[in-house]
Design a protein around this ligand. Structure first.
Ligand code: WQD
Length: 343
């Protein structure tokens, strides 16, 4: 029996690798395309150890049109594509905007172009809650206004959503779902895959675990004077495994032709906001460690509070998160300890 083939771009990255695990568990044949710019080839062994299956991996720069054409010509009968491959560091995007536009937007154009040429009609696109900026109302629903992006990174996500929207409007047989992630954290329970930030982490969770394990001297809490209950900024953190499962659910919605429009989009969050201090408190509880942190100035470009209205994902997509903030911080700590044991 042949299993539906799914191409996962960026499949060795943080969310991509967790999604590959869930796809394989669900019986799909996974083909990974990754340029290894922000991922390590060892992640392939992690996926193999967890699932017993080593997916095909092709190193390819999808922002290069010739390389992308060659890559796609190597495959037949692709049922769908899940597109993660993109640069995602907000600060770096401000420093190097053209690099972000070429990579993030260029890859999207090359992928969609080849899909149309080859008649591959199902695309799941990795988008982000950054498209909402600082929302006027909370929780943020899919009908909340898209605001001017706060960074070139956020703008590339908005532009790619617009490309998807325009292609779906012009090609009624092409189906796209954009998934707007809130803040994914945590790691697979096996501690065989997880977040692998290159260099100094930008995001909160890896900075917490690296501080706790002794790689960093202290965590700076960026801002303690926000208009929030404890003064620290609020985000909607969700477990990366819950997020990975949402991609399988969205893909199957298209494969089973259950989509009511050929261009859908969903917020993926828990619907609950947690402050930086609440994440720290959860981490200290689940790790049994006392974290060395100090209050610091706000980080430029940060929004005060954002969390998802999860109604559409729950009632239409049929997905909701199952894992708690403690599950997230516990798994993140187990993964950091596993990384130390390997080094
Ligand atoms: C979370 C909170 C920081 C580090 C980013 C991307 C977004 C999405 C999720 C891809 C904020 C605070 C952080 C630190 C801190 N990624 N913080 N000390 O900025 O909400 O969103 O990741 O789609 O696109 O922008 O996540 O983890 O960087 O910050 O106090 O050392 O933690 O100020 O309030 P963010 P983050």
């Amino acid at each position: 029996m042949t299993f539906p083939k799914i191409i996962v771009t960026g499949g060795l990255g943080y969310i991509g690798s967790h999604t590959c695990v869930e796809l394989i568990h669900s019986g799909y044949e996974v083909i990974i395309a990754d340029n290894l710019s922000n991922a390590d080839i060892s992640v392939l062994d992690g996926i193999h150890s967890i699932t017993g299956i080593k997916p095909r991996f092709i190193q390819v720069d999808l922002s290069d049109s010739d390389s992308t054409l060659t890559f796609f010509n190597g495959f037949k009968d692709i049922a769908g594509i899940i597109h993660f491959a993109a640069f995602k560091a907000v600060g770096k995007s401000v420093q190097f905007p053209l690099k972000y536009y070429k990579n993030n937007v260029g890859s999207m154009i090359n992928i969609v172009y080849n899909m149309l040429e080859l008649g591959i009609s199902n695309l799941i696109f990795s988008s982000s809650c950054t498209v909402y900026g600082q929302p006027d109302q909370l929780p943020v629903s899919e009908s909340s206004p898209i605001q001017a992006a706060w960074s070139p990174y956020g703008n590339t996500k908005q532009i790619c959503e617009e490309i998807l929207n325009d292609v779906c409007s012009s090609q009624n047989r092409f189906n796209g779902i954009a998934l707007r992630y809130f803040n994914p954290i945590g790691a697979h329970e096996s501690a065989l895959i997880g977040e692998l930030p290159l260099g100094t982490p930008n995001n909160l969770m890896p900075f917490i675990t690296q501080t706790a394990i002794g790689l960093r001297s202290e965590l700076k809490v960026f801002g303690s004077d926000y208009n929030t209950p404890d003064g620290t900024a609020i985000r909607d953190y969700l477990h990366v495994v819950d997020l990975a499962k949402a991609h399988v659910t969205a893909l199957e919605r298209l494969l089973k032709k259950e989509n009511t429009s050929n261009n859908e989009f969903y917020n993926l969050g828990t619907g609950k906001g947690s402050s930086v201090l609440e994440v720290i408190q959860s981490f200290e509880k689940t790790s049994g460690t006392s974290l060395n942190y100090v209050m610091a100035e706000r980080r430029p470009g940060d929004v005060e509070a954002v969390y998802a209205d999860t109604t559409k994902a729950k009632e239409i997509l049929g997905w909701e998160t199952e894992l708690s903030l403690d599950d997230m911080t516990r798994s993140a700590w187990k993964w950091e300890q596993a990384l130390k044991a390997r080094s």
